[in-house]
Design a protein around this ligand. Sequence first.
Ligand SMILES: O=P(O)(O)OC[C@H]1O[C@H](O[C@H]2O[C@H](CO)[C@@H](O)[C@H](O)[C@H]2O)[C@H](O)[C@@H](O)[C@@H]1O
Length: 285
Amino acid sequence: MGSHETEPRTTLPTPSTPAGCDGLDAILARPGKAVIALDFDGTLAPIVPDPEQARAHPDAVPALAALAPKVASVAVITGRPADVAVRYGGFAGVPGLEHLVVLGHYGAERWDAVSGEVSAPAPHPGVAAVREELPGLLERVGAGQGTWVEDKGHAVAVHTRRAADPQAAFEALREPLSDLATRHGLIVEPGRMVLELRPPGMDKGVALLEHVRDLSAASVLYAGDDLGDLPAYAAIDTLRSDGTPGLLVCSGSDEVTELRERADVVVPGPEGVVDLLTALAAHIG
Ligand SMILES: O=P(O)(O)OC[C@H]1O[C@H](O[C@H]2O[C@H](CO)[C@@H](O)[C@H](O)[C@H]2O)[C@H](O)[C@@H](O)[C@@H]1O
């Protein structure tokens, strides 16, 4: 269900694993010590063909705002630049989200609602070099119409969703883009019909671990939909083995199966994520 129905769903799903049950129990037992962390595209925002048109699900911000005052922290951890996620999410100046944190560029950037400021690392020189070489490379490999370059400042992403055959275009670009990234000290981050060339050294797992440990949180929920979320899933494994329970949520799609297989709870896309957040807030009371 979603925005078209009048009653919000308040039934919490039963996690499919004992560890997931422990995670959910721990969040409900001591919500004030829980971190709720979520990816943006595909999790809070429905996937759309044009990345510049992505926006948070209309019920996402109200759901986050209802939950945030009841938990230790709500954080959005995204591959987007932090300021872009804040804009597309509509996260700034929202009552209830005064302490929201957005960790952008896979955790390399941080936006705090408290200050409204973004802290960002120095640019990696490889990004400028890649930006320069990319048009020539795309022409040489015959990347067709519909292949689109998103300049993210600290990274460059090549999208194929709008190509005639998105998956074939994605596969054809994998190797040449990997070579280009390697030559300039970058890595390739594959995602849903996107290959991103970005600096190494940070991922959503590192970002999530730091955030949870900074807050001395006692439990954590992470929701994601794409390959770039797998390090955050691994971070939850680490936290669990250190005695901090966690809940792995997959915002399900047909495009990525890896998360679905590892998740404790699978929900049907951003609409299902919103329902879960709403149910959590209702259960915390
Ligand atoms: O970490 P995320 O918040 O999930 O960001 C990952 C990438 O998301 C965006 O691309 C994806 O969403 C687009 C809009 O729905 C879609 O068109 C595209 O196919 C998806 O891959 C974004 O454009 C990238 O910069 C992010 O890295």
